[in-house]
Unconditional design. Structure first.
Length: 309
């Protein structure tokens, strides 16, 4: 009992230290990179659109034409294939209001929570002391502190990634104890959802599903060796579906908005912006755009490397 109290007290001190290093003077940090400016602009645009819809359709206020309103208050609407990050930003505005540092608050908070998640991963593996050391190392990590103070989605995606690992470890433990249908292990479903949230926070975590799929197959051939193949396949498909659920949800939601925009010319004007070239893209269209841009960058880099070396 005393040992657990000491460990939790130590973790609390580490979290206070980690919180201080991430939140101190955060509101006065400012924005330094182009990406931070872009993401902040997206948050302002989404907030303006929601504000217009609520005030117009719920409270009956006359804010003028939507296109004119968005041209005045909107900045850009391209989510860059990272919708979960902006959803977190919108949730943050409910508590902190809309500020230039709102997305930085999201990064700082998810960065702080990641410290706790790291500790509980070690606890789940039976290594509480190592968990304290790992949490402390992450709390004072220069790179983690740096990204936790930016308006970039990397830290939020890492938080969801480690949360997925924690839920998956809990799922593996429950498999050994539970007598219920192992296909619907609630921790496995939570792991699937958080993998989806990690990918939709930043698509550079595209490799995560493959790691978990490999782990599942290994789990089937060892710990669940005696289970029928049909049940294993059902579990695999359910797990994969929950991974894809956030992505499918974003796609359907944005697809519905795109269809609505198509039949409302005044919204098309707002989306086109002052340049007249803006285009509303669904989630999968955004991913396709981002991947094509990354491929173009890769091809350019390879061509330059071949010429130089």
């Amino acid at each position: 009992m005393k040992k657990n109290f000491l460990l939790l007290t130590t973790l609390g001190i580490i979290l206070i230290l980690g919180g201080f290093l991430r939140f101190v003077n955060l509101s006065s940090r400012g924005i330094f990179s182009w990406d931070e400016g872009h993401y902040t602009g997206v948050l302002y645009t989404l907030h303006a659109a929601i504000r217009y819809i609520i005030n117009t359709f719920i409270f009956g206020k006359d804010l003028g034409e939507f296109s004119e309103y968005m041209l005045t208050y909107g900045i850009n609407h391209y989510l860059a294939g990272k919708p979960t990050f902006f959803v977190l930003g919108l949730i943050a505005t409910l508590f902190s209001g809309l500020h230039i540092y709102t997305l930085q608050l999201v990064s700082a908070l998810t960065g702080l929570l990641t410290i706790a998640v790291i500790y509980y991963i070690s606890c789940a593996l039976g290594q509480k002391q190592i968990g304290i050391i790992a949490a402390f190392m992450l709390a004072i990590s220069y790179f983690h502190i740096y990204y936790s103070r930016t308006a970039l989605p990397q830290i939020s995606s890492v938080f969801f990634a480690y949360s997925a690992v924690l839920f998956y470890i809990y799922a593996m433990r429950k498999d050994k104890l539970a007598t219920e249908n192992f296909c619907y292990n609630k921790f496995l479903l939570l792991a699937g959802l958080t993998i989806g949230f990690a990918f939709s926070s930043h698509y550079n975590l595209f490799w995560m599903p493959f790691v978990f799929w490999f782990s599942e197959i290994l789990h089937y051939s060892t710990n669940l060796k005696g289970k029928p193949f049909g049940l294993k396949l059902r579990r695999f498909l359910i797990f994969s579906f929950f991974m894809a659920l956030p992505l499918l949800g974003y796609e359907l939601f944005l697809r519905a908005i795109k269809i609505y925009i198509y039949y409302h010319p005044q919204w098309i004007t707002a989306i086109s912006g002052s340049s007249g070239q803006g285009e509303f893209l669904t989630y999968f269209e955004q991913l396709k755009t981002q991947i094509s841009q990354s491929k173009h960058f890769s091809d350019t880099a390879n061509a330059l490397s071949n010429k130089l070396f």
